[in-house]
Write a protein that binds this ligand. Structure first.
Ligand SMILES: O=C(O)CCC(=O)C(=O)O
Length: 329
């Protein structure tokens, strides 16, 4: 079977080179091979990408939502992400900005995501007191109309951190925002509330920003420390895992629930095992931006670059055009 997966994978790589798109079967084969080779194919492919793609030269100190970033701090943060799979920043997005985005979310319809496909397709206003689904996910096109979200998307420190972690010029892959609601009493697989790992591209990193206060009962991002580096064979399948299965193989001290007041920012390598814990006392609003080293893999959303940027963000866009190459001009 492994050889069949390899054949599909290599055909997919060739097609990707020629046509810039990944066929479904090659993508599935790539996901399986991640587990079967213990990440070996990702490492090999990523090394090649790093050699081929250059890197940006950043000024010695860059400033963003995560404060001032110099080379020493950059190295410290990256070594922590490499070691534990995540990093929680001390700096936070100011509360007033979180509130502004939260207000926007309550005025903007979102996709109610549930097992039921027809519900998932409907765009509805999120009602915290009467949710109809465990997750409400916003259309990226709507997010790109919000100046505060654009400030997160075009944050130079995120680009710099992503470059350092991915070891090449990063590609922005998505801007997402969703509510995890108090709809259900049990975890929803569709809302990523069961343990899993992501394997959409060879290498990637996500930045999460909480827009509401998050404690252990309000849906923290739960991550198994170190699981981005090493997974037991039974946890390499392309599926969801129960808490019991995961805890059979990892020490409880490795389960990290990322909690913090609104504005909390974390960088996570979600090739590690993680989930959004089911919220039981308060709903959670979260923003996520993802960077990858290649668009090989899952289809990337390619919206029009119709956003209007202030001078500062326009400078970031112009200086790091390749990062935002998925936006159609
Ligand atoms: O809601 C969460 O914290 C989990 C998100 C997640 O599974 C993902 O971004 O891959």
């Amino acid at each position: 079977m492994k050889y069949l997966y390899f054949s599909f994978y290599f055909i997919g790589l060739l097609q990707y080179r020629l046509f810039n798109s990944t066929n479904k079967y090659s993508y599935l084969a790539f996901r399986r091979l991640y587990g079967l080779t213990k990440g070996g194919i990702n490492e090999r492919y990523s090394r090649r990408i790093s050699k081929r793609k250059g890197k940006y030269n950043f000024p010695p100190v860059t400033t963003g939502i995560t404060g001032e970033l110099d080379n020493q701090r950059l190295e410290d943060i990256i070594s922590k992400i490499k070691d534990q799979g995540y990093f929680i920043f001390q700096e936070k997005l100011p509360g007033s900005i979180c509130d502004e985005i939260r207000k926007y979310s309550l005025e903007t319809p979102a996709k109610a995501i549930d097992k039921n496909a027809s519900q998932s397709l409907s765009l509805v206003q999120y009602e915290a007191s009467d949710p109809i689904a465990p997750m409400y996910k916003y259309n990226e096109g709507d997010l790109l109309k919000n100046d505060r979200l654009l400030e997160i998307l075009f944050d130079v420190n995120f680009i710099r951190l992503a470059q350092s972690y991915l070891d090449c010029k990063p590609l922005n892959n998505s801007l997402l925002m969703w509510w995890s609601s108090l709809y259900k009493k049990s975890a929803s697989s569709k809302a990523a509330q069961l343990y899993h790992f992501d394997m959409d591209h060879p290498k990637f990193i996500k930045f999460f920003v909480y827009l509401t206060d998050v404690d252990h009962d309000s849906g923290p991002h739960s991550f198994i420390k170190g699981s981005h580096k090493d997974k037991p064979k039974t946890l390499t399948g392309d599926r969801r895992f129960s808490d019991e299965e995961v805890l059979k193989h990892y020490d409880p001290s490795q389960v990290v629930e990322i909690c913090g007041t609104k504005g909390t920012i974390a960088a996570v390598d979600t090739s590690g095992i993680h989930k959004g814990k089911l919220p039981v006392n308060r709903d959670r609003l979260i923003v996520q931006i993802e960077f990858t080293n290649s668009f090989f893999g899952q289809k990337t959303n390619r919206p029009k670059a119709s956003f209007s940027l202030n001078n500062e963000l326009q400078k970031v866009y112009d200086s790091y055009k390749e990062v935002y190459s998925r936006f159609q001009t």
